[in-house]
Design a protein around this ligand. Structure first.
Ligand SMILES: [Zn+2]
Length: 72
């Protein structure tokens, strides 16, 4: 992730600016260091968070400004 880049919500068909980042990992396919990121607008952050949380993949939810270059 490039800090300051314009981020568009990860929800399908949504073109709104993302303000939150859902950090997740699938332990069956990702190493422990891996941090997958879905960015989300305020309308979709809860949907995306719930989606990964139900599968046991959720790590945390951040503001997009808190993302580091290692997240991606
Ligand atoms: Zn959205």
């Amino acid at each position: 992730m490039t800090p300051g880049a314009d981020l568009v919500c990860s929800a399908k068909g949504c073109r709104q600016e993302a303000t939150r980042a859902v950090i997740w990992r699938n332990p069956r396919i990702h190493t422990e260091q891996r941090r997958k990121v879905w960015v989300a607008c305020p309308d979709h952050v809860e949907h995306l968070r719930t989606f990964v949380d139900l599968r046991g993949f959720l790590i945390e939810v951040l503001a997009v400004g808190e993302l580091t270059p290692d997240d991606g």
